[in-house]
Design a protein around this ligand. Structure first.
Ligand SMILES: Cc1cc2nc3c(=O)[nH]c(=O)nc-3n(C[C@H](O)[C@H](O)[C@H](O)COP(=O)(O)OP(=O)(O)OC[C@H]3O[C@@H](n4cnc5c(N)ncnc54)[C@H](O)[C@@H]3O)c2cc1C
Length: 334
């Protein structure tokens, strides 16, 4: 459906007299009852979005956000769905997917020895890493093998043993709740453990500092990082990456790997329906055909309870969980 004015929302939103009035005149593609859980997340499970909107321009996205804000309509941004579990009964409000040239472009800017790359939020991280490596520009090799869009990676400050995306950020441009553009230089952004202090619901683009280096050596490094990830994580299974954040041990006051706690609590292989704690990496919950989001949710509760009983430490989800009727909280428009 393309900007269809008489689109019917399966679960009308309170406050929005006609949901199509939010986007009917905007340059967007709209799809009602869109199977985002099964088709657009790495888990490949979960329900539908009442409305999935693909804006074609930044102006259209900005106008949509302003109207959602005024009407109290929840709006969430879907990246590549690599850190996301959608509940079986789907999600209300509007889900926005940033695709198409306006949201996936990568541009370079070179001034003398200073190189910068600007990536729009919907650009695929693997493409970004490979493109920079081909040009012999180092700064983002730590992101090799991390499935993400640029926007999702910045939102999560994704990273691992080799560093995080925040290490290379020069600035981030966002849209505020009311759709205004705002740019933060790196010095104003706090890149923490799997998150940032960026308050805005939509990350529009990131600019990254890159340093010229030998392209052959750089490609070797990217391969090495990818091989390391492949040897330590069940990359071929359906998952959303690390399920829980590494908690702070109350005794040592240091972060302790959640996977170690889960493993030591003897939970590797624990299953509910089609969801299982991975044998390969205990902080990955993997699913097989026929699994439901509810299986994953029940398993997460069981793991949290058993780790608390065994270790006295509370685990907190790293993955985003979208549920009907539960408005976007720490991420997305509140
Ligand atoms: C096999 C596998 C391995 C993984 N390994 C790692 C790893 O090594 N390190 C690591 O950190 N993560 C890892 N992950 C998790 C995942 O790759 C990251 O969290 C990644 O940053 C998610 O990006 P995404 O675009 O898929 O975001 P999504 O999963 O689509 O969304 C995640 C959150 O970000 C928000 N978001 C997405 N795009 C935007 C935007 N443009 N503006 C504002 N908010 C936005 C969403 O609303 C949601 O709250 C792994 C996942 C998988 C499946």
């Amino acid at each position: 459906m393309v900007g269809k004015a008489d689109i019917e929302c399966p679960h009308p939103m309170p406050g929005a007299s006609s949901v199509s009035s939010l986007f009917g005149d905007l340059d967007v593609e709209a799809q009602a009852d869109a199977p985002i859980g099964t088709a657009m997340t790495w888990y490949g499970i979960g329900g539908k979005a009442d409305l999935l909107i693909r804006p074609r321009t930044v102006d259209a996205l900005s106008a949509l956000m302003k109207r959602c804000y005024r009407s109290g309509t929840p709006l969430r941004v879907l990246g590549s769905g690599a850190n996301l579990l959608v509940g079986d009964d789907g999600v209300d409000g509007i889900v926005v997917k940033l695709e198409g040239p306006a949201f996936t472009e990568i541009k370079y800017n070179t001034q003398g020895q200073v190189h910068a790359m600007k990536a729009m939020a919907g650009a695929d991280m693997a493409r970004i890493v490979m493109d920079a490596a081909r040009r012999g520009l180092e700064g983002l090799s730590q992101m090799a093998g991390i499935p993400a869009t640029a926007g999702g990676a910045i939102r999560m400050n994704a990273g691992g043993a080799y560093g995080a995306i925040g290490d290379a950020v020069e600035s981030v441009t966002c849209l505020t709740r009311t759709g205004e553009k705002v740019t933060y230089p790196a010095k104003e952004i706090k890149f923490g453990y799997r998150g940032t202090n960026i308050p805005d619901p939509v990350i529009l683009s990131g600019t990254f500092r890159l340093t010229p280096t030998d392209p052959i050596k750089l490609r070797e490094r990217v391969k090495e990082i990818f091989a390391y990830k492949k040897s330590t994580q069940p990359l071929a299974d359906h998952s959303a990456g690390c399920t829980f954040k590494n908690p702070i041990d109350p005794v040592s006051e240091q972060r302790v790997p959640a996977g170690k706690l889960i493993d030591e609590a003897g939970l590797k292989g624990l299953s509910v329906g089609g969801a299982t704690v991975s044998d390969r990496h205990a902080n990955f919950v993997v699913t097989k055909a026929g699994a439901t989001a509810n299986d994953v949710l029940k398993l997460l509760e069981m793991v949290k309870k058993r780790v608390y009983e065994a270790k006295g430490i509370e685990l907190q989800e790293e993955i985003a969980i979208w549920r009907r009727g539960v408005g976007p909280k720490d991420r997305g428009v509140a």
